[in-house]
Ligand binder design. Sequence first.
Ligand code: SDX
Length: 380
Amino acid sequence: MTTAPASFVKGLEGIVAAQTEMSFIDGVEGVLEYVGIAIGDLAKHSTFEETVYLLWNKRLPKKQELEAFTKELRANYALPDGMLDRIRTVPKQAEPMHMLRTMVSALAMHDESPNDNSVEAAREKSLKILGCTPAIVAAFDRHRRGLDPVAPDAGLGFSANFLYMLNGEKPTDAMTRAFDICMITHADHGLNNSTFTARVVISTLSDMYSAMTAAIGSLRGPLHGGANEGVMKMLNEIPTVADAEKYVMDKLAKKDRIMGFGHRVYKAKDPRAAELMTLAEQLARDTGNMDLYEKSHAIELVMEREVASKGIYPNVDFYSATTYHCIGLKLDLFTPMFALSRIAGWAGHVIEQLDGNRLFRPKAEYVGPHAVAYTPIDKR
Ligand code: SDX
């Protein structure tokens, strides 16, 4: 019996599988920086467009650089011809994440050189995918509601344009700013599962669309981006704030996972959760949803008492659920919102991977039998 090679690590926990200049995470201290800038500073002072420029160019833009980048992104808001017809063929009861994964994959068929992995081409594809996925999500949601799509408005920023296409009316500044903070805080996060997936795919020199499609598939999982929808379902299951304690204790007793808590890297409160908690409270107060915020806070207090000692704290998904609900988004659009933002991080990592690429090909430890004779079928 061969002994297990020392290198086998389940879930690659703690293994460094890539280098990046985009986001730095200190899981013990609860620190997240994008190119060295604290996420709290970006959430307070930046915009999603500026944050994307920072991640992709490894520095903040000068004024005219940001104006030029914003113009480039807005030039990519519109869907390629034929995409709206394709979206109209999607069954209305389809899950938005399955629709989004399929439509991002379809974008490759509208690209004259889908397999071009030069830096310039990868950058153009990144802008194209980032720019038009809001229109994909908005058009599908309106389609399933029996409404015509709303064409993008290149006079609006990324966040305002999405909310405008979704609702058919210009959003308030407060809602636009809230959505932009969600986009900023979800843009990149080290080698999370969906980002690792994108890197693994592009490491075969496949293409940006295949990498993004695979990443969306990963993000849908409830242990990853799908958790924000799980948090909302949990909040809806708890009748009143007074019921939160019993609900959580019953779940913990059954060893069930409380969605929106815990993290492979953070063993302190996720700094994004802190930013989104402040935003969620403000929005809940402004929109008459304080019960959601108070339930969330009650859950957090119970979890702090029961499992903080195990390093289990709120993660980015816990308060994003209340925020998205207060902005007026349907529950099954929460994870697609995560995807709209994380396309920025995925694209940046794809371009980093292409620069000095090495095919990902880890080993599997064989634990089956050896030297087994072949038994003819009539003798089995
Ligand atoms: C995201 O990687 C990233 O950066 C991801 C992300 C990003 O920006 O890309 O930050 C976004 O995906 C955030 C995570 C969203 N997922 C959830 O909220 C789902 C609920 N959380 C978990 O399932 C869990 O915490 C994970 C998957 C996030 C991390 O799990 P690990 O690192 O594999 O930890 P584990 O499963 O080994 O758990 C360790 C212990 C266990 O207890 P014991 O068996 O040792 O007694 O902690 C417990 C677990 O039962 N535990 C939880 C818990 N998470 C872990 N107990 C209750 N509720 C939870 N949420």
